[in-house]
Design a protein around this ligand. Structure first.
Ligand code: CAA
Ligand code: FAD
Length: 379
């Protein structure tokens, strides 16, 4: 057994860390405050090859592995969780299903554009009445000549409005339950496809979360991903890997909160000595660091399993569950270490705490992760 990262993985970590420090962190608080998405950050990620990390070069990627991918999301989220999820949703939710289920033509066109960063991706599964219970979705896709006609709406879509390519799930056969769902590649600008409400959120405020509206949107048949009725399987297997991206986001948020807490605890003096010299504070830091290490091991392991072609669904649900819950606990403690200053926007820990909460909710709530893990243990 070897826990050593490869030279390539270490180099990628350094590159992303430098980029995050220089180009992402300086505006993170301001973008959060203004709820502003900055496309130029995505464009710079594209220049560095980050928008196509795990895909082969022939499809515009850089041919790295899934461990490199989670390292990138971790390092971005360490300074800005919104930027972390922009990349995670783009890579593991929008690009992965095309890589896995797309035909050669779809890979050469859509995956290539996503990988090179010419296009930004999004994944549209959730609906107002269908969050955890995916199969109850109401959006329909009806065959009409060379097209499918989409009607309905999707909510909470990360990168919604700013993305160019959307993986959209809709019912092609209402009575067939999960076997009646199909997946489509939908381009921004398609007639009948528009954007609704942009959510005002507690955290990840510079990542846009937007409603998608389909009113007789005609999607060419060649844009169906996989075959008719295969959509639920595509959605679930996509989430198998996507959830580990959220684990990486949670890990990065927690690490950022610990970094800030350690620095502050060494500098802040009360009763004539640094607060870090109090066991009550240093034990908090020790518990935070230990939970971060456990999160990192679970996250890297799930990514490694995927890179090795081994089953990774359970490992990914576990990493998301553990790292998400840990990030929430850790960021609450980080605010405590900072005392009153932690409760203000003068320091980043209140943002980390607000951002951590979403990692327990999206890509399947942590109750749903427990359901998935429990079913796998007992089936
Ligand atoms: N891989 C392959 N097949 C799978 C599967 C998987 N991971 N999970 C389920 N299936 C199969 C089952 O084996 C079953 O197959 P049969 O045809 O043999 O019956 C079939 O699919 C139906 O499965 P279930 O009976 O388990 O289906 P269910 O209706 O009980 O739902 C669920 C299961 C796990 C709760 C699922 O609905 C779920 O994952 N819900 C959470 C939704 C979610 O995670 N949404 C995230 C949206 S994206 C997002 O949030 C983006 C972002 O953060 C940026
Ligand atoms: P519900 O399903 O209504 O759940 C409410 C509560 O009940 C939760 O605590 C849940 O855990 C619990 N619960 C439900 N069922 C069970 C059960 N069987 N057992 C135990 N507890 C249960 N979706 C996309 O498709 N694409 C995106 O890009 C995307 N991005 C998002 C970004 C943000 C900021 C947010 C907030 C959401 C995003 N989502 C996205 C949607 C997200 O995946 C859903 O919010 C999530 O799956 C939960 O669905 P829900 O909000 O409808 O909650």
């Amino acid at each position: 057994m070897n826990f050593q990262l490869t030279d390539e993985q270490e180099m990628l970590r350094k590159m992303v860390r430098d980029f995050a420090k220089k180009d992402v962190e300086p505006t993170a608080a301001e973008r959060d405050e203004e709820e502003r998405f900055d496309r130029s950050i995505f464009d710079k990620m594209a220049e560095l090859g980050l928008t196509g990390i795990p895909w082969p070069e022939e499809y515009g990627g850089i041919g790295a592995d899934y461990v490199s991918y989670v390292i990138a999301v971790e390092e971005l989220s360490r300074v800005c969780a919104s930027t972390g999820v922009t990349l995670s949703a783009h890579l593991s939710l929008a690009s992965w299903p095309i890589y896995k289920y797309g035909n050669e033509e779809q890979k050469k066109t859509f995956l290539y554009r996503l990988a090179t960063g010419e296009a930004l991706g999004a994944y549209a599964l959730s609906e107002p009445g269908a969050g955890s219970d995916v199969v109850s979705m109401k959006t329909t896709a009806k065959e009409d000549g060379d097209h499918y006609v989409l009607n309905g709406s999707k909510v909470w879509i990360t990168n919604g409005g700013v993305a160019d390519i959307y993986i959209v799930f809709a019912k092609t056969d209402h009575d067939a339950k999960h076997k009646g769902i199909s997946a489509f590649i939908v381009e921004k600008g398609t007639e009948g496809f528009s954007f609704g409400k942009k959510e005002k959120k507690l955290g990840i405020r510079s990542s846009p979360t937007t409603e998608l509206i389909f009113e007789n949107a005609r999607i060419p048949k060649e844009n169906m991903l996989g075959s008719e009725g295969e959509g639920f399987k595509i959605a679930m297997t996509t989430l198998d890997g996507g959830r580990n991206g959220i684990a990486a986001q949670a890990l990065g948020i927690a690490q950022g909160a610990l970094d800030a807490s350690v620095e502050y605890a060494k500098e802040r003096e009360q009763f004539g000595k640094p607060i870090a010299t109090n066991q009550g504070i240093s034990f908090k830091l020790a518990d935070m660091a230990t939970e971060i290490e456990a999160s990192r091991l679970l996250t890297y392991q799930a990514a490694w399993l995927e890179s090795e072609g081994q089953p990774y669904g359970k490992a990914s649900a576990m990493s998301k569950l553990f790292a998400g819950d840990a990030a929430m606990r850790i960021t609450v403690e980080a605010v405590q270490v900072f005392g009153g200053y932690g409760y203000t926007k003068d320091y980043p820990v209140e943002r980390y705490m607000r951002d951590a909460k979403i990692t327990q909710i999206y890509e399947g709530t942590n109750e749903i992760q427990r359901l998935v893990i429990g079913r796998m243990l007992t089936k």
